[in-house]
Design a binder for this molecule. Structure first.
Ligand SMILES: *[C@@H]1O[C@H](CO)[C@@H](O)[C@H](O)[C@H]1NC(C)=O
Ligand SMILES: *[C@@H]1O[C@H](CO)[C@@H](O)[C@H](O)[C@H]1NC(C)=O
Ligand SMILES: *[C@@H]1O[C@H](CO)[C@@H](O)[C@H](O)[C@H]1NC(C)=O
Length: 498
């Protein structure tokens, strides 16, 4: 059994959102009636088949975010049960062995995962709404209604279109025909991401050319150019256009939850990710914003996205990257392969030349590392990113290396076993047992594929690298080391390289 590790991006997101999310204490925990419907493998399909609309949370009993959500979800369920017809929230314990097939079927890869199931389960959408009771109620009510609403007055328009979210409005001379049908299909497809409306008279809309008679699709957004018109009615092309236009030139990350959907989008792209962190209350913020925005414009469409983050909201990110507050203002670029590039104590005028150097391949990758330990005389040796090369690859020894996390229970269980293994090789100079805290040190994912903790790798004296997948017993580990060890190549490694 290996504890689950999230991909670096989703881990980063969790780290981002852990900060600033407030736990709401529930006073109604003792209420006896449960409004959230419990489902499991035995009754899920039958139950869902009978529902036109149901929201299902897949949770795990050990998951902290699920525990925080539970009272909010229950409170929302009790409010939504009074709707006519009642709106149903349900939950499945996806950690339960017998429910795992169900969880796989619904692509549950993290907890909680919340899905909206429509028409007896024939349409499945991701829940992208808030996680506190009032927000859940508002979002779920909206999701259960029509995907797009008709705008009949300026008031309708100003209720729907605000300065917080993206809203997509179809302007049509009449609400029929293939283009309108396609707009409706689009709204159904993307309704859990955006709000949709349609209108005959463009004069009712707050921005854009009000003399158009359509058909036209206008996307309103709270950033950059504030609106954009499409004269495209192919559904797939529209989905792509909307995705592209809904990412800000510079994504802002601070404690405002309204901005978090854009942060999620930022991380969900394939782009390299540039992140500028600084104190938003500092005097130089405007100068940074201006220069950063210029750079972001310059590199648009070149595979690099830009985010600016407030120090105050970014503690999780700093921990994740191994950065400290005295390094701000700083910019870090993360590539999808995990490589990072860093410039600290930045001034506004440094941004453009540094990004240019980065694009030209002239910036050295940055590696998070604990300090190299001064004393290292326990049986199991401590390896950090900065001495991994010397200790493991250049040592000419047979090295068994454990990648662990300080919080991982299976690692704690393995620790005394590894100690015993190390002691049993004490008289063999050619064998080293070592451990590396993989949460505090960056490792090259192309060399060591660490997807869970603990992960064990063996590097033979001659350089063969093997994952250890065997039983975590002293005997099996010792056998494996003996079987795969080479004679010490210390002499060889003393030679000059050709
Ligand atoms: C589904 O089955 C579980 C376990 O038997 C039960 O606790 C739950 O109430 C059932 N749900 C429904 C809606 O019947
Ligand atoms: C409507 O959508 C379908 C499917 O995406 C597409 O084949 C068709 O060309 C679209 N109609 C118009 C007028 O764009
Ligand atoms: C940001 O700057 C303000 C004003 O200079 C200061 O009061 C605040 O403590 C700083 N925040 C952080 C997290 O350093």
């Amino acid at each position: 059994m290996v504890s689950k590790v999230f991909s670096s991006v989703s881990f980063f997101l969790i780290a981002l959102f852990m900060i600033g999310s407030v736990a709401h204490a529930s006073s109604e925990e003792s209420a006896s009636e449960e409004f959230v419907v419990t489902l499991d493998h035995s009754n899920f399909t039958d139950f869902v088949a009978k529902q036109k609309f149901v929201v299902v949370e897949f949770y795990a009993p050990w998951c902290g975010h699920c525990k925080k959500l539970a009272p909010e979800f229950e409170k929302a369920a009790s409010i939504l049960s009074k709707e006519d017809p009642p709106l149903i929230l349900a939950k499945v314990d996806a950690n339960e062995e017998e429910n795992k097939v169900l969880a796989r079927e619904y692509d549950v890869s993290g907890f909680p995962t919340i899905k909206i199931l429509r028409f007896g389960g024939s349409v499945v959408q991701e829940y992208k709404g808030p996680r506190e009771a009032d927000g859940i109620v508002t979002y779920v009510k909206k999701q259960s209604g029509p995907a797009a609403v008709e705008i009949k007055s300026k008031e309708d328009a100003s209720l729907l279109i605000d300065d917080k979210k993206i809203v997509i409005i179809g302007v049509f001379p009449e609400f029929s025909g293939e283009k309108f049908e396609n707009f409706t299909t689009l709204a159904e497809r993307l309704r859990s991401d955006y709000e949709f409306g349609y209108v005959v008279d463009a004069k009712l809309l707050p921005r854009g050319d009000s003399s158009v008679s359509g058909p036209i699709i206008r996307l309103f957004k709270p950033f950059d150019e504030l609106f954009v018109d499409f004269q495209e009615f192919n559904v797939d092309s529209l989905v792509n256009l909307i995705e592209e236009k809904s990412i800000p030139t510079v994504t802002v990350f601070d404690n405002d939850p309204n901005k978090h959907p854009y942060v999620v989008k930022f991380f969900n792209t394939e782009n390299d990710k540039a992140m500028l962190f600084l104190n938003f209350s500092s005097e130089s913020i405007e100068a940074f914003k201006l220069k950063y925005h210029d750079v972001a414009e310059l590199y648009k469409g070149q595979g690099i996205g830009f985010l600016i983050g407030d120090l105050d909201a970014s503690k999780g990110a700093f921990q994740y990257f191994g950065l400290s507050e005295d390094q701000v203002p700083l910019i870090v670029i993360q590539k999808n392969n995990g490589q990072k590039f860093l410039k600290t104590n930045l001034e506004p005028d440094h941004i453009a030349p540094w990004v240019k150097d980065y694009k030209a391949g002239n910036v050295q990758a940055f590696k998070k590392s604990e300090p190299i330990p001064e004393v290292n005389n326990e049986p199991v040796k401590v390896v950090v990113a900065d001495n991994l090369q010397d200790f493991v690859f250049n040592s000419g020894k047979n090295v068994l290396l454990e990648f662990y996390a300080p919080w991982c229970g299976h690692c704690k269980k393995l620790a005394p076993v590894l100690d015993e293994v190390a002691v049993s090789f004490e008289d063999d100079e050619s064998v080293v047992i070592a451990k590396l805290d993989a949460t505090a040190n960056d490792i090259d994912p192309d060399v060591f594929d660490v997807k869970g903790y603990p992960t064990l790798y063996f590097k033979s004296a001659s350089g063969k690298i093997l994952p250890y997948d065997g039983d975590r017993s002293k005997e099996d580990i010792i056998d494996f080391i003996k079987k795969n060890s080479d004679k010490s190549t210390q002499q060889e490694s003393g030679k000059d390289e050709l």
